[in-house]
Write a protein that binds this ligand. Structure first.
Ligand SMILES: [Zn+2]
Length: 76
């Protein structure tokens, strides 16, 4: 299947059959783009669209950063 990455715009191919899980980085071309999108969402859109300060604690942010790192490691 072909898909265009929502983050970097790269068109990439991936193997997927109906009934099987999508690639875990879907809809992005890589775990890096997925993590970048997550960071973008957290740093900008989340705070602009959500007038509730303090909902995301520093600890939760760090956990998400760690999650991004571990996803990166899986791409090798
Ligand atoms: Zn991408």
């Amino acid at each position: 299947m072909q898909h265009t990455c929502s983050m970097c715009g790269t068109t990439y191919e991936f193997e997927w059959e109906e009934g099987t899980p999508l690639p875990k980085s879907f809809p992005f071309c890589s775990a890096r783009c997925k993590a970048a999108d997550l960071g973008k969402w957290m740093n900008e859109e989340y705070f602009i669209s959500t007038p509730l300060p303090g909902m995301m604690s520093d600890t939760e942010r760090e956990l998400l950063v760690e999650l991004g790192k571990s996803l990166d490691d899986d791409t090798e």
